[in-house]
Design a protein around this ligand. Structure first.
Ligand code: IPE
Ligand code: IPE
Ligand code: MG
Length: 240
């Protein structure tokens, strides 16, 4: 099962408390740790977290640099824990606009965690689904309408390795009901769950509630109702 999360609301969480938006991002990083652990425990195979969109470059320089600093620190501090817990890291998105030292940290984190077989944790940084689709289309031979070939090119241009399956469940915190240029191709049949809580408040109970909501959905893929209900795909987490 592939779960993707748009971790939104860090800034508003901080502003509500009269704090700098960067503090919201710092507290949000703790929520990332909680959710990664819960995902590993619940048997989810792939978790993709939207950490920084290509449009987020338009934010004030101080906020962008604090996010990059936080991202660097997160990778450096989490790699050992990922290895211990069987978590494979993959940073998806563009790399040509990231600082050279950050790219080295990313490459090293991916190398060191490459044997992780329990959960693939994908962090989307400088990610834009539309850019990725445009670049993948440019690599696909004119006249080819193969979805598989296009998906392979999409994985290549976003540094997705291993290639991830389609998204099953997309969660967005922070109250907005939009995709903000995230995984537009991969979410073709994703179930969407929108949560009003800001990302720093997102905890295991909220995650468990989203997974239960997903289990209640009936996925039809354009076909008719299945006669046998599908078996649960995830191990239940603690309830709220
Ligand atoms: C999401 O929180 C994190 C990033 C986009 C990096 P926001 O920073 O967008 O928080 P709000 O939406 O302004 O509250
Ligand atoms: C989406 O959130 C990007 C991330 C969570 C990293 P935004 O806060 O940037 O999206 P909009 O601007 O509300 O659409
Ligand atoms: Mg936002």
């Amino acid at each position: 099962m592939h779960v993707a999360i748009i971790m939104d609301g860090n800034g508003r969480w901080a502003e509500r408390r009269g704090l700098n938006r960067s503090i919201g991002h710092q507290v949000g990083a703790r929520a990332v740790r909680r959710v990664v652990e819960a995902a590993a425990r619940s048997g989810i195979e792939v978790l993709t977290l939207y950490a920084f969109s290509s449009d987020n470059w338009s934010r004030p320089t101080t906020e962008v640099s604090s996010l990059m600093r936080l991202f660097r620190r997160y990778l450096q501090s989490e790699v050992a824990r990922c290895v211990d817990n069987g978590i494979r890291l993959n940073i998806i998105g563009r790399r040509d606009r990231l600082a050279a030292d950050l790219v080295s940290i990313i490459e090293q984190a991916e190398r060191v965690t490459a044997d992780g077989a329990r959960l693939t944790l994908r962090l989307a940084v400088d990610y834009s689904a539309r850019d990725a689709i445009a670049h993948a289309a440019a690599l696909t031979p004119v006249g080819s309408a193969s979805r598989d070939e296009f998906a392979k090119n999409l994985a290549a241009v976003t540094h997705s390795s291993p290639a991830a399956p389609a998204v099953d469940l997309l969660i967005r915190t922070g109250g907005e009901r939009r995709l903000s240029d995230f995984l537009l191709w991969e979410c073709a049949y994703a179930e969407l769950v929108f949560i009003d809580d800001y990302w720093p408040d997102f905890d295991e109970a909220a995650f468990a509630a989203a997974l239960r909501e997903f289990q209640r959905r009936e996925r039809r893929y354009g076909s008719v109702m299945p006669s046998v209900p599908p078996a649960p795909q995830v191990v239940p987490l603690a309830t709220r």
